[in-house]
Design a protein around this ligand. Structure first.
Ligand SMILES: [Zn+2]
Length: 316
């Protein structure tokens, strides 16, 4: 259980990016919850922000060192990309660092005790559960016997720990449970595991009453998190702060907006991604004229970007 009297800083999917460092510098006494997916940069970040698989690995080593230097104050959760190394490719077959696969797997397994599947905090009267993608009731019913809202975090972490201590974690029942995915993520189920469930699926009805979930995994295309009545979708490439009353804020203290109505609607301008707009740590520029005034279409899966100053228009 995270301590309720400290700022909880949420670090959504890193994927090689360094925005987490601004948060650790600004909140030296904070508690940090990394929501997982540390490696495997997006193609768009490689092109626009020069994040390479190698720089992502070095960044991950820095995160591990930060966690070790601050015991009890840093929670590292596991995402699907992390489980691809830790549990194997049956669990996740996303883009992955083939060249360094064995090195990264060893790094994860040598540090397996640093990682959890979920974490929780009670803030005000609210019970928060932090997990990479989200908790679906159906998945829990199938794989976690006797779970309740009060024991689910402990149960998930125990199952993870037991599976990782086995001779071959990749062959454990927990690994195959983790591999279950919904149709939005090229699976064939209505639900998915806590490292896979897509925001759209979770938002359709797998929310847990009385629990507020804080999740990453599904890239949010507004530069701001999407808050609904029970789920905070935070994968917007920046750190966020959950205050002692359970209010989600950006690092400057500005309250995040509730988008309960039609939470995943595209932006009015048709370009549904302002992901790279003003992030000081990953601010892209036009490679033709140097302007930062660029738009990217297609979110982090961007397939097209253009520069509003010089008109450079490029299909990636
Ligand atoms: Zn993910």
């Amino acid at each position: 259980m995270l301590e309720p009297n400290k700022d909880i800083i949420i670090i959504p999917d890193v994927h090689g990016r360094t925005f987490w460092k601004e948060a650790t510098a600004r909140f030296p006494e904070g508690e940090f919850v990394f929501l997982g997916d540390y490696l495997d940069p997006y193609y768009i970040d490689e092109i626009l922000n020069h994040i390479t698989s190698e720089s992502a690995l070095n960044n991950f080593r820095e995160i591990l060192a930060f966690a070790k230097d601050n015991p009890g104050r840093v929670t590292l959760l596991l995402g699907n990309h992390d489980c691809e190394y830790l549990y194997g490719r049956n669990v996740c077959d996303c883009r992955c660092d083939d060249a360094r696969y064995d090195i990264i797997r060893r790094l994860f397994r040598d540090n397996k005790d640093l990682f959890e599947m979920a974490a929780e905090a009670r803030l005000g009267k609210k019970h928060f559960v932090f997990v990479h993608a989200g908790i679906s009731i159906e998945w829990m019913d199938r794989h976690v016997e006797g779970w309740t809202p009060d024991n689910l975090v402990g149960r998930l972490n125990t199952l993870n720990r037991e599976a990782l201590s086995s001779e071959r974690p990749e062959d454990s029942p927990f690994a195959s449970a983790l591999s279950e995915r919904d149709r939005e993520r090229s699976g064939d189920l209505d639900y998915a595991s806590p490292i896979w469930i897509d925001a759209e699926t979770l938002n359709r009805g797998y929310q847990l009453c009385d629990i507020y979930q804080v999740v990453g995994h599904s890239a949010i295309r507004y530069m701001e998190p999407v808050i609904t009545s029970r789920v905070f979708y935070t994968d917007c490439m920046k750190a966020l702060r959950l205050d002692e009353d359970g209010v989600l804020r950006n690092l400057d203290g500005k309250r995040c907006v509730n988008r309960d109505k039609n939470p995943f609607a595209p932006m009015a301008n048709g370009y549904d991604c302002h992901l790279f707009g003003d992030d000081a740590f990953s601010r892209p520029y036009c490679r033709t004229c140097g302007s930062h005034n660029i738009y990217v279409r297609g979110g982090v899966m961007a397939d097209h970007w253009y520069c509003r100053d010089c008109g450079k228009d490029e299909v990636i």
